[in-house]
Design a binder for this molecule. Structure first.
Ligand SMILES: [Zn+2]
Length: 218
């Protein structure tokens, strides 16, 4: 039996903060057979390393791709640049900067990045259900900064200025207390241009407490 997609997350087990963690090559090697096992049962495997300003995630990510024998030339060059950066970074006068996969030019599909961003705001089952909603059932309109959408027979309203999402399904009503997305709101973000979806999702995830998720009657 194969599933369409599998997700693997390497959260690290460092301290202060715990995702500030650099996997050693030895540790990563133990993962290779496990990743191959998952890959044999899934059409697509997404692997995520939690990122941190030290930039360990892109390095570990490319290392495991190399171990799996699927590293591209761009990624090989990116890894060389990271290793070069590490050597320089041992000099006290070199200031650390924030590093992301994009900084290293690694070729990460935008879809996977949007998935990862949505994964921080909704559970994987709802995300899968969101993807199964037909795009023909979604209409997005804009009114200044406001984004209004119809998703199936429901409405989604995103107001980035007042940091509010208003939506009217029953599941949303139950989830809004813990600020998780239902499948319709998931589909709403999947329907935005990828770059915009990423920016908006990251803004929400970074400032979740300031956002209001409500229903029209509330
Ligand atoms: Zn909903």
């Amino acid at each position: 039996m194969t599933s369409p997609a599998a997700y693997l997350r390497w959260h690290g087990h460092g301290t202060d903060p715990w995702y500030n963690y650099h996997y050693s090559e030895e540790e990563l090697k133990t993962w290779v057979p496990r990743v191959q096992q998952v890959a044999s049962q899934s059409e697509t495997v997404y692997g995520f390393f939690n990122n941190h300003f030290h930039g360990y995630a892109p390095e570990n990510c490319i290392q495991i791709l190399r171990m799996l024998g699927v590293q591209t030339q761009d990624q090989a060059r990116a890894l060389q640049r990271i290793e070069g950066f590490r050597k320089q970074a041992t000099h006290a006068d070199v200031r650390l900067k924030a590093l992301t996969l994009e900084d290293f030019g690694a070729d990460v599909p935008k879809d996977a990045l949007v998935d990862a961003a949505l994964g921080r705001l909704m559970d994987p089952n709802r995300l899968e259900r969101a993807k199964r909603i037909d795009s023909k059932d979604v209409e997005v309109t804009r009114d200044g900064e406001l984004i209004l959408a119809r998703v199936k027979e429901y409405r989604v309203e995103l107001d980035p200025m007042s940091k509010a999402i208003v939506h009217d399904c029953e599941d949303w009503g139950k989830l809004s207390g813990r600020k998780d997305f239902c499948k319709h709101v998931g589909k709403f973000f999947l329907s935005l241009p990828k770059e915009e979806a990423l920016t908006r999702l990251n803004a929400i995830a970074a400032d979740r407490d300031a956002w209001t998720f409500s229903t029209p009657s509330a």
